[in-house]
Design a protein around this ligand. Structure first.
Ligand code: KG4
Ligand code: ZN
Length: 386
């Protein structure tokens, strides 16, 4: 099979991205235009602004990805684009542009699930390193601003299938990082700054109760057994809204609001606060709270994922998505997976957060299988991965 150069386009949330990947195994170019500065004043992504920024960025970002790859519109073999899940208006910008390119150039169009993309970010980089024989079954934790999902992944010839064996019941782990950062006046997005502040605090200073997840049994009753109501197999669900409330209570009962407002005002006077600015404006109590919060989230993610890996007898673990960039999360997974004799793989930090290389990589098996999208396909904001 000759090499296939796929142009990937991603616009599901707040990054406009384009990339060229060769045959799912070599990253040729990878361009990401972040909208952080646009959404920062609101402490979260504003969907209308996201669509507008994608419209502005999509053409130059694709041009740059082609130029850096020394490719032209004509020389790529297929166009791949994120279909969902994500913000409908944001997805439509990427999809409309990908359709127009595919139509005008007469190239195949491939629709990709964003979550499958996060999983293929790991595969792309392992192949690029020369690691071509991963052991199956694979358990993948996709942990980002919108998802905390566990998938068992299998490969049959060129096609991949995914079975969801657990997900968050409420907030995603990245969402918890972002909301806690907002509450503590630590900017947006919260993950990267909390990641860097946490080593300055005491991770054992504040104790949080473990998340209680109630499972419904076949007769509709609630109990605490983690059993899937449909097939009696164990499920591994997550919940992060409780810890957010616990932090709010801690802030109230320890009268931290005054200190938080002082920090908010001080940082508002700095045009582009650096990490050093955040650190200089944090007292010990805030640093301890942040460190304890991160430890609780990381322990919960690693504990549940490794229990799931054992219960499903998997051979390999992937941890991917924006939160997989977290240093403590990586170290904890590496340590605990090694104790269990389980190989664990992460994408590089650059490919952990949203990008289009992962979309082009996930499109390659579909390209081989000629699984092309019709011109009338549309965005699927709540798209599930199967
Ligand atoms: O995968 P991603 O770029 O977008 C989604 O698909 O959601 O993930 C973004 C999320 C944000 O919630 C952000 O705070 C979090 O990933 N994040 C991190 C880190 N870097 C990004 N969380 C913890 N530690 C980090 N270093
Ligand atoms: Zn993502």
């Amino acid at each position: 099979m000759a090499d296939a150069y796929i142009l990937g386009i991603e616009s599901s949330c707040d990054e406009t991205a384009a990339a060229v990947v060769r045959s799912g195994e070599q990253l040729i170019s990878n361009v990401v235009a972040s909208q952080i500065a646009t959404h920062q004043p609101y402490g979260g992504v504003v969907p209308e602004l996201a669509s507008r920024e994608h419209l502005r960025a999509i053409v130059p970002v694709v041009r740059q990805a082609l130029a850096e790859a020394r490719h032209s519109y004509e020389s790529v073999d297929a166009i791949a684009v994120t279909q969902g899940p994500g913000l409908a208006g944001a997805l439509l910008v990427g999809i409309s542009y990908a359709k127009a390119l595919a139509f005008a150039l007469g190239k195949p169009l491939i629709a990709v699930n964003h979550l499958e993309g996060h999983i293929h970010a790991v595969l792309l980089e392992e192949r690029q390193k020369g690691n071509h024989d991963l052991q199956f079954p694979v358990l993948a934790l996709v942990v980002s601003g919108g998802h905390t999902h566990l998938y068992q992944a299998a490969q049959n010839a060129d096609s991949w299938t995914y079975e969801n064996i657990g997900h968050t019941r409420d907030d995603a782990a990245g969402e918890a990082f972002d909301k806690v950062a907002k509450l503590l006046a630590l900017g947006y997005p919260g993950g990267p700054v909390i990641d860097r502040l946490a080593p300055y605090g005491d991770p054992y200073a504040v104790k949080f109760p473990p998340a209680q997840i109630k499972h419904r049994d076949r007769r509709g009753r609630h109990d605490n057994r983690a059993v899937d109501p449909h097939d009696e197999r164990p499920r591994f669900d997550f919940s992060y809204s409780g810890i957010k409330t616990a932090i709010l209570r801690y802030v109230e009962s320890n009268e931290m609001h005054g200190a938080i407002e002082v920090r908010r005002k001080a940082l508002a006077n700095i045009a582009k606060p650096t990490f050093e600015d955040y650190l200089a404006n944090c007292d010990k109590q805030s640093l301890d709270l942040v460190a304890s919060f991160q430890r609780a989230i990381v322990e919960d993610l690693a504990g549940k994922t490794l229990t799931a890996a054992e219960a499903h007898n998997v051979a390999t673990l992937f941890v991917t998505g924006g939160v997989a960039a977290n240093a403590e999360l990586r170290a904890t997974f590496e340590r605990e997976a090694a104790q269990q004799g389980l190989p664990v793989f992460f994408p590089s930090r650059k490919l952990s957060t949203d990008n289009a290389a992962m979309i082009a990589a996930a499109a390659y098996p579909k390209y081989l299988a000629k699984d092309f999208a019709p011109m009338n396909f549309s965005a699927e904001a709540g798209m599930v991965l199967k």
